[in-house]
Design a protein around this ligand. Structure first.
Ligand code: ARG
Length: 563
């Protein structure tokens, strides 16, 4: 129960003319803390009760069950409620201490599956910042729904099929060098791809060759398949290095190629349902009634299938395989039209579960305010960038704490955490400017700031002899600890809000708030000094560290105990 709900329920027991929900909406936060935590304005009752608001306030305040409050007081037309901070802090701290990292875990999902289509880079192409965003946002959302009792399934829908593989095969056969590809798979394959595209402009017959090789690939030709397999394996070695650095795992790498033998069924189903139309030799589905102007192209005139055909097959396969409660696509906003089409087609096919599909889009990353563009050389190469972030974290740690044990592991946690945190604290539909200096800074709304707050609390706890005891009575009633208690108490709701909105930024902002509130408390309170409140202050510190660590874990960010 929230505090508003608690107060509203007590008021509702006395007021016959208003129900709890209506009362909740009327409650106000007084401008001045000396007027209590929440106030009920009695004006709204004056008409019905035909009495002066001041009188109503005084009478109601008399009748209220005040056992959960420090006091309930009528002041003019207001009834002011002062929450019993000692009692509430005791309850909240006790709960965190009893449950540890399980605090705020919930069973909304009852083990049902939620599928995340995430990361999904393209074979033989560089892993872009867009793929980084998809990886990091998808992984965090998967952690968040898991905390709510769902079973997340992380699927990497690799871009490993399409005519570009015909291009690549032709280019490799003409100019390729096995050793060079093995040494630097993606950059070598990319070079070949760029070269063949450039040459095809003057020699269109290369395009025909490529189409022919892709046809062979689709038909299972041995040479085509083995080259394709090799390109895929080599690229995955590189991608897996990135995933390892980011500490992200997948349950499946079934990408587009996996659906090669599953598309006939989709086309047949569409045909049976009378949804396919012919347009200039191609097969399309008209989606005008969904306000979608362009028909969806399912099969080209030469029989080739498309990106969306594979996505249709994937959606059917996932429903059958995982019987998902939700199917989430974490993909950049520039593909919004594609996912609208995808959902609309499945809806046309009468699959009610298409309503459970959700495109979780995100905005673009810029560098020095400019759009990223491979062609213009404004690129962010992921591996060196991660290494650089770790380096910068390492030099800050060297300056702050030169004798730290496991410095390398901590620098990794801080550097990678900084990139992830910065991405996740941004409202996902907004883009952001990629600036390592800002990301890795220990000051400001950053990952290292939150990690450092956590490590500082761990250091306080190490210096104390504090043993958390779920049976003990820990209570605090000052205003600064109250800020922290309120945040900790709110954590379960914060997680639900993040999940409902597919918005990890809600958790990141919560973590920043909690770290800031604790730092304010720490600046004013001598936690370790001999004092009757010492144990309660330590319990508050312990609970804050527990919740900070769990919030960071939901973001996929580690919380080292020392830094
Ligand atoms: N490979 C695509 C790209 O890099 C993203 C795939 C997204 N997932 C999907 N099911 N379409 O743009």
């Amino acid at each position: 129960m929230t505090e508003k709900q608690l107060i509203a329920s007590k008021l509702a027991a006395v007021l016959n003319d208003l129900d709890q929900e209506a009362i909740e909406k009327l409650l106000e936060k007084p401008k001045n803390a000396s007027m209590g935590d929440l106030a009920f304005p009695a004006f709204s009752l004056a008409k019905v009760l035909r009495k002066a608001p001041n009188m109503i306030a005084a009478e109601v305040a008399e009748q209220i069950d005040a056992s959960d409050f420090e006091k309930v007081q009528a002041v003019g037309p207001y009834i002011n409620f002062f929450l019993n901070k000692s009692k509430i802090s005791n309850k909240v701290l006790g709960e965190v201490i009893a449950k540890g990292s399980q605090y705020a875990s919930q069973d909304l999902g009852q083990g049902r599956n939620i599928v995340f289509d995430m990361s999904s880079p393209n074979i033989a192409k560089p892993f872009s910042i867009g793929h980084l965003r998809s990886t990091v946002i998808g992984d965090s959302l998967a952690n968040i729904v898991e905390k709510l009792g769902y079973n997340p399934v992380r699927i990497n829908h690799l871009g490993d099929w399409g005519k570009q593989f015909g291009m690549l095969i032709v280019a490799y056969k003409k100019w390729g060098d096995q050793q060079a590809v093995e040494a630097n798979p993606i950059s070598e394959l990319l070079k070949l791809y760029i070269r063949i595209n450039a040459e095809a402009e003057e020699h269109p017959e290369l395009d025909d060759e490529a189409r022919e090789w892709f046809r062979k690939l689709e038909a299972g030709d041995k040479e085509a398949v083995s080259l394709w397999q090799w390109f895929r394996d080599e690229s995955l070695v590189e991608f897996n290095r990135i995933y390892k650095g980011l500490d992200v795992d997948f349950d499946s790498y079934n990408g587009e190629a996996f659906y090669n033998d599953k598309m006939d069924e989709v086309v047949e189903l569409l045909e049976e349902k009378g949804l396919l139309q012919e347009s200039q030799g191609a097969q399309v589905v008209n989606l005008e009634k969904y306000g979608i102007e362009h028909p969806a192209l399912i099969k080209k005139s030469d029989g080739a299938t498309l990106y969306i055909t594979r996505d249709l097959a994937a959606a059917l396969f996932r429903k059958r395989t995982y019987d998902f409660a939700k199917s989430i696509y974490v993909v950049g906003n520039e593909q919004a039209a594609h996912f609208k089409q995808l959902k609309a087609i499945l809806k046309e096919m009468d699959y009610e579960w298409s309503d459970d599909m959700q495109h979780v889009a995100f905005g673009l990353v810029t560098k020095e305010g400019k759009k990223l563009s491979t062609r213009k050389g404004n690129v962010i190469l992921l591996e060196p960038t991660i290494a650089e972030a770790v380096n910068r974290a390492q030099s800050q740690i060297d300056a702050k704490n030169p004798d730290l044990p496991n410095k390398e592991a901590v620098a990794h946690a801080v550097g990678v955490g900084a990139i992830k945190f910065y991405d996740l604290k941004t409202d996902r539909l907004n883009g952001y400017d990629f600036d390592l200096d800002t990301m890795v800074s220990f000051e400001g709304e950053t990952g290292p700031y939150v990690q450092y707050a956590h490590a500082r609390i761990q250091s306080i706890l190490r210096k104390s002899d504090f043993k958390p005891n779920p049976e003990a009575a820990y209570s605090l009633s000052d205003n600064e600890s109250w800020e922290i208690i309120k945040l900790i108490q709110d954590f379960p709701r914060v997680i639900r809000r993040a999940s409902d909105n597919y918005e990890p930024s809600i958790i990141a902002k919560f973590a920043i708030n909690l770290a800031q509130s604790f730092n304010k408390y720490y600046a004013h309170t001598r936690i370790l000094d001999d004092n009757p409140e010492r144990d309660s202050r330590l319990a508050l510190s312990y609970a804050t560290a527990t919740v900070l660590k769990e919030a960071l874990r939901l973001l996929g960010v580690e919380a080292p105990n020392e830094m």
